[in-house]
Design a protein around this ligand. Structure first.
Ligand SMILES: [Zn+2]
Length: 74
């Protein structure tokens, strides 16, 4: 983990605002060359890798009934 990707994990996005903040950062970081989109699964998990520290992340979008998460890939 580093400043270029994320300095913490979110096991659950506790509010809509937190989710929107993380979602907008994930929308910007690949364009700035900080994170790389890798792939996604059929059940809607998205994988990214930090260009700087090489940490891989998995994201599940938040929706009405499900909070979503952003976790490191171990
Ligand atoms: Zn990083």
């Amino acid at each position: 983990m580093c400043e270029d990707c994320f300095t913490r994990e979110y096991s659950s996005f506790k509010s809509e605002n937190i989710w929107l903040e993380v979602d907008s950062q994930l929308g910007l970081k690949p364009g700035k060359g900080k994170m790389k989109y890798l792939s996604n699964t059929v059940d809607g998990e998205y994988f990214y890798q930090c260009v700087h520290c090489k940490q891989k992340w998995r994201l599940k979008d938040s929706d009405l009934s499900f909070r979503g998460y952003l976790l490191k890939v171990q």
